[in-house]
Design a binder for this molecule. Structure first.
Ligand SMILES: Nc1ncnc2c1ncn2[C@@H]1O[C@H](COP(=O)(O)OP(=O)(O)OP(=O)(O)O)[C@@H](O)[C@H]1O
Ligand SMILES: [Mg+2]
Length: 393
């Protein structure tokens, strides 16, 4: 799959931009702050409806404008599709395919498959669970676009349920007045179970690719392994601590071998068990929003134990494994690869190994401030970016 042509209007620092990309490696070079990341962020946004550096979409709209357009001619297996996203400061965002409006903007997810590498990827390994959930959820949704709806439903139910718990805490409501909570619990369990099952499934599919990718990118052999750590298995005391230490309660069992009904039953039981605590706290204390995907390296979690180099190898291996997984499951060829300023982060050895591993992908968009950071084996179509003006060089 590839982007043949990209049009931007009032996206980030761009007024209007028209750029034609080529198959293979596209190298986008320019000094800091000119618009390199902005350009690839637009392609990524079209694929997964999220930015790799900011939550929400408001920052994507030019500060002097009220709406932004991203339009791309994408091609897979010789078939061209024209995709368009319209972001509005006020009012609904829209998505179009071949000029026809989609019912919901999220219906565009899954048409373009992509994998983004960025300097922030190391946070997946070393920082809090939010980063790991974002990684796994993005993969879930690309693999099964229908799941985007389930995530949206879950978010909505969770918000409502939290609002109810919060007001119950304030007004000290008890007993029958809380019967509405039961109704929310059923939906929370339904959507939450789908999310947990989908994550477990994708982690299992990713595992063999992760193992292979790690051996290819790292300097020493070691075994990376994903362990799903669910809030459904943590005892109430653990749920109440704000930063439960993963390493300590890994022995808490696992969900890997449970089917959907068993997970749902466990979720319901957990909610019943913790209800007094939830009323006391005024917030939902269990569910996929509190889970973690522990990244094990050998016998220890990478977070808190792995070296800086090992963390980078792990982060790269997660992305490389994602490429293989999406490729294997897709009928539209290779995902588009976006490497935003990553070579600058890596030592010479990892740079070269990464370059070798991505060199033959159908299309790769690479940004760099210093061209010499990008290994010479990557023969590329080159673009220069200066103050939001892009020229092929
Ligand atoms: N919504 C916006 N409206 C106007 N300008 C914006 C908006 N968002 C970002 N910018 C500007 O876009 C400029 C270019 O940003 P970008 O991140 O693309 O730079 P870059 O070329 O990737 O630089 P670096 O090499 O430092 O990564 C920044 O100076 C930023 O202030
Ligand atoms: Mg940048």
């Amino acid at each position: 799959m590839l982007v043949k042509h990209l049009t931007l209007a009032s996206f980030r620092n761009y007024g209007t931009l028209e750029v034609a990309f080529e198959p293979g490696i596209n190298l986008i070079i320019g000094p800091n702050g000119q618009g390199k990341t902005n350009m690839v962020e637009a392609v990524r946004y079209m694929s997964v409806l999220s930015s790799h550096r900011v939550a929400g979409y408001q920052p994507l709209i030019n500060s002097k404008a009220n709406s932004a357009i991203v339009r791309a001619m994408v091609s897979s297996e010789e078939r061209d599709v024209l995709l368009e996203i319209e972001l509005n400061r006020e009012g609904k965002n829209k998505a179009r395919v071949n000029k026809a409006d989609l019912p919901r903007i999220r219906d565009i997810i899954g048409i373009v498959q992509s994998v983004t590498f960025a300097p922030e990827d190391i946070d997946i390994v070393r920082r809090d669970p939010t980063n790991r959930r974002a990684f796994i959820d993005e993969l879930v949704v690309q693999h099964r676009p229908r799941m985007a709806g389930v995530y949206a439903d879950y978010e909505r139910v969770l918000k409502q349920r939290n609002a109810l718990l919060k007001s119950a805490k304030i007004t000290k409501t008890t007993g029958s007045a809380l019967s509405t909570l039961d109704a929310w619990d059923a939906s929370l369990v339904q959507y939450g179970t789908e999310i947990v099952s989908a994550r477990l499934n994708i982690a299992q599919l990713l595992q063999p690719h992760l193992f292979d990718a790690y051996q290819k990118i790292a300097t020493s052999n070691n075994e990376p392994r994903l362990v799903y750590r669910s809030s459904l298995l943590v005892d109430t005391a653990g749920l109440l601590s704000d930063s439960p230490d993963v390493a300590e309660d890994l022995a808490g069992g696992n969900l890997e071998n449970l089917d959907r009904d068993a997970i749902a039953a466990m979720f319901s039981a957990k909610l019943a068990e913790i209800r007094p605590k939830e009323l006391e706290r005024g917030i939902t204390l269990a569910g996929p929003q509190r889970d973690d995907i522990v990244l094990m390296l050998g016998e220890l979690p990478a977070k808190g134990y792995a070296s800086h180099g090992e963390m980078w190898s792990y982060a790269l291996a997660l992305r490389l494994a994602s490429i293989e997984l999406l490729k294997q499951e897709s009928r539209t060829g290779d995902p588009i690869l976006i490497l935003d300023d990553v070579f600058a982060e890596l030592d010479a050895g990892r740079r070269l190994r990464l370059a070798e591993l991505i060199a033959n992908n159908e299309q790769v968009l690479i940004t760099a401030a210093a061209e010499e950071d990008v290994p010479a084996i990557l023969t590329a179509t080159r673009f220069a970016v200066k103050q939001a003006v892009v020229t092929r060089v």
